[in-house]
Design a protein around this ligand. Structure first.
Ligand SMILES: [Zn+2]
Length: 185
């Protein structure tokens, strides 16, 4: 966590308009605005030529609408994926928590909220990565683990190639959140 406050964030990126974001996601937004700026400059465009139409939290994910003279959809998607792995409250590794108010939280902040969710132990698993067609930046990450009767459970998500470790953590968490297939049968 950088320790950057939302005031410092808006000072660094004056064109960033944020409706309401908890402190844990400030570094995610800083990364988004920094990457957008760098891409604009690389194309010879003014660093502030992107318009942040909307930046908000929705169902535990950072939701951004950015208007820019070049394509920044990959950067926005990466920030969304990162937000799904970042505690909104404190910025540590987090996961989306089920409940009446879906939030992305770390274990500690989730416990503090008082609605902990039971986890199932996954004794062993394997991970496969696969290229995404026509996209050099993103890969498809799949986590597989054995369940009763020789069957296999499979969890997959798209992630930036620099975020594969985070994606594996997230998928493992998904697997642990759901009861093993065949349990109680
Ligand atoms: Zn937290």
């Amino acid at each position: 966590m950088t320790g950057m406050t939302s005031d410092e964030l808006l000072l660094k990126h004056p064109n960033l308009k944020v409706d309401s974001i908890d402190p844990g996601w400030v570094p995610v937004l800083d990364g988004l605005a920094t990457e957008v700026k760098a891409k604009l400059l690389a194309h010879g465009l003014p660093a502030d030529s992107a318009t942040y139409v909307q930046v908000k939290e929705k169902f535990g994910a950072l939701t951004c609408f950015v208007r820019a003279p070049i394509d920044v959809a990959g950067i926005v998607e990466r920030a969304r994926l990162r937000s799904l792995l970042t505690c909104e409250t404190c910025g540590r590794f987090g996961r989306r928590r089920p409940g009446p108010w879906v939030k992305t939280l770390c274990d500690t902040c989730d416990e503090r909220r008082g609605q902990p969710y039971p986890l199932t132990l996954i004794p062993s698993f394997r991970v496969e990565t696969e290229a995404v067609p026509n996209d050099d930046d993103f890969v498809s990450v799949t986590l597989r683990h054995a369940v009763d009767g020789g069957e296999e459970a499979c969890y997959a998500m798209r992630a930036h190639r620099d975020d594969i470790g985070l994606a594996v953590g997230a998928l493992l968490y998904d697997a642990m959140l759901r009861p093993l297939k065949g349990d109680g049968a």
